[in-house]
Design a protein around this ligand. Structure first.
Ligand code: CA
Length: 219
């Protein structure tokens, strides 16, 4: 298996070192470089630094992580950006969703959770940390849905809902009795209709448009 090159941007020194050690201990991931601010990271990228994965802290000095997502994706379009968040700052998490990050890791989580998230991302997934998903649903339920013509089909909604709850595509397929390939095509169509490229963005867009309803879950 290829070793995935990870670029780490986090201003908390101890946390940054912990992540680096976690990554480098796996053999599957290697931290190619680490920075405590975005400006230095962007400069290094301009100088030729590349990475498959970028772990990006949202709360950074000077240029913030939100602004950085767009720039990083522009400079390294093939890299996938995973947000490291302290979870307490709701508005930043929402802005990051809109900016198109590929995954979210809550900092209080275990190193295993971080690795699990990275594995899902390199496997083509766009994992939403369960804590973030819960916060998202909670908040978006309170907003008025935006009317939208491009309604998702019942199947697309059903699949989006199951994936948003944390099921893998395979598990969704098993549950609905359809192939993994079908699940992927339904999801791709749902993403197209919602004009998004990642699961977090799709869930956020669908809830805001009133296309996803999780209220039944609360008994
Ligand atoms: Ca920080």
């Amino acid at each position: 298996m290829n070793t995935h090159q990870v670029l780490l941007i986090e201003d908390h020194t101890v946390y940054r070192q912990t992540i680096r050690q976690t990554l480098d201990s796996t053999g599957d991931y290697r931290c190619v470089d680490e920075f405590s601010n975005l400006e230095d990271a962007l400069e290094a990228i301009d100088g030729g630094l590349v990475a498959d994965l970028i772990l990006l802290d949202l709360g950074l000095p000077s240029m913030g992580g939100i602004e950085g997502i767009g720039l990083l994706r522009e400079k390294l379009p093939d890299s996938r950006v995973i947000i490291l968040t302290a979870f307490t700052d709701r508005s930043k998490v929402f802005a990051a969703l809109e900016a198109g990050a590929h995954g979210y890791v809550v900092k209080a989580g275990s190193p295993n959770r971080l690795l699990q998230t990275l594995n899902e991302v390199v496997g083509g997934g766009t994992p939403l940390d369960p804590q973030i998903a819960g916060m998202l649903l909670d908040t978006f339920q309170k907003l008025r849905p935006i009317p939208e013509d491009e309604n998702l089909s019942r199947r697309e909604t059903e699949i989006l809902q199951l994936v948003a709850r944390g099921l893998t595509k395979q598990q969704v397929g098993d549950q609905l009795g359809i192939s993994l390939h079908s699940v992927s095509s339904y999801l791709r169509r749902a993403f197209d209709k919602l004009h998004v490229h990642s699961l977090p963005a799709a869930v956020s867009a669908a809830i805001r448009r009133g296309l996803l309803d999780f209220s039944e879950e609360e008994r």
